[in-house]
Design a protein. Structure first.
Length: 95
């Protein structure tokens, strides 16, 4: 990913100069392949990360965007909506 940016500089006399420059950004995680097992009366459910496309390994994973772990399996005790967040080695995130 390339981001075009403009830098403006103003001196003590008020003269302004500018220049255009590019920032080359490293692409973060782009997609994730999951296996989801539903919660039943007899057992909790689970979310397992099978693969991450894009980004820079190693990856960390979170279901609350606060507590990250390196293991790819989550136990889900209650039914509901969950958002998986993937963070790569550069701190780039995918929700």
């Amino acid at each position: 990913m390339i981001v075009n940016s403009i830098l403006f500089v103003q001196d003590a006399l008020g003269c302004v100069g500018d220049t255009v420059f590019n920032i080359l950004g490293l692409p973060g995680p782009q997609s994730v392949d999951l296996t989801v097992t539903s919660v039943t009366c007899a057992a909790p459910g689970s979310v397992e990360v099978n693969a991450v496309s894009g980004g820079t390994p190693s990856f960390q994973y979170s279901l609350d965007a606060l507590n990250f772990q390196t293991t790819t399996l989550f136990s889900v005790p209650d039914s509901g909506s969950y958002t998986l967040t993937v963070q790569d080695a550069n701190g780039c995130l995918l929700d």
